[in-house]
Design a protein around this ligand. Sequence first.
Ligand code: SF4
Ligand code: SF4
Length: 382
Amino acid sequence: MSRPSKQEEMVGFPVPDYRFDQKNEMFKRAFWDEQFETQRTRFYNEVGFQDKPGWGKVDFSIRNAAWNVEWSFGMGNSRSNSGLYAWEGIHPKAERFVRTGGRVEGTPSEMSNVVKKAALRLGADLVGICRVHPNWVYSHEYNLITQEHYPLELPKGCDNAVVMAIEMDYHTLRSSSMVLQGFATGHAYSKMAFLANMVAAFIRGLGYRAVPCGNDTALSIPLAMAAGLGEWSRMGLLVTKKLGPRVRLCKVFTDLPLAHDHFEPFGVVEFCKTCKTCASNCPSQAISHGEMTTEGPNISSHSGALKWYINAEKCYTYWGTRRTDCTQCIRVCPFNKMPGKIHDLSRFLIKRAPLFNRLLVKLDEVLGYQKTLPVSRFWGKG
Ligand code: SF4
Ligand code: SF4
């Protein structure tokens, strides 16, 4: 590995020395790598109704309804720059307001405050701003609609990212693993498309370029870390201070000059070294019990940074087998809690007194946080 660049030192955590090709991301790979054809067919084409709570037609129906905005108008999981995630465009009703009066000017700090407030008003649960490291942008896109593979670049000057997190429903995720957890995921994905589109429209309204993205175009987790939203973890997901891993991420790239937030670790990596709860509960053994490493297990890893890599091949194979997604790792993570004084105290201890980490992991188990909540709660019968 090469020495950290100046920009990487400023970022505060390691950055691989190459750009990841999105073709190798597991959900894209499933469409061209023959070894995952069976799992892909099961996952996307088969109907997995089961005669048990959380697996009925009504459960699938609300899951699909929650995804509907993303599937119909977002499509950020299929390709970039389309639908609600289009990189250009101002609605004709707003055009004259954008053309009149020139650009809105202010110091980067003033403009950051305005953009963050707008993002929160428009539906973000967390928001931060960072400078984009070039190696977080995919080298290529794999377009699921056209099956094309082509190089990807952000528009010139769009070096700032407004990174936003959307909360996923706590109770639904605690009742994982049934199909209903897909409601929480899908609902957040639909909100991502809705939110990124409106934040981009706001920035264009100020007279600047804005590129809204879901999972497409660039890696959301390092962007979110650089924007001060949280830390990576053993299970590979972002863990935020306020909402733990119970978030989905979207971002808007812009040439609007903005002040940046910075990486703010709060003890997650140290806690994960002791915890391993996700690894013990992962049904596909995709999460490592071992030490951090710089090499992921296969081509679906963006290797080169010291961290834990999940085995996306194993995870995806499990999803294919059950014909729906899984959020078991989020469900059992001790950071997956509703906000409250006791949990604030736990987070305080995790940050300042890691000696208590082992005790906190044990307490989490003893207090029953790893147990599944009954699905009847969702439909109001419990
Ligand atoms: S989603 Fe499920 S299978 Fe995949 S890593 Fe998490 S617990 Fe394991
Ligand atoms: S379950 Fe434990 S080890 Fe896994 S991500 Fe959460 S805190 Fe880290």
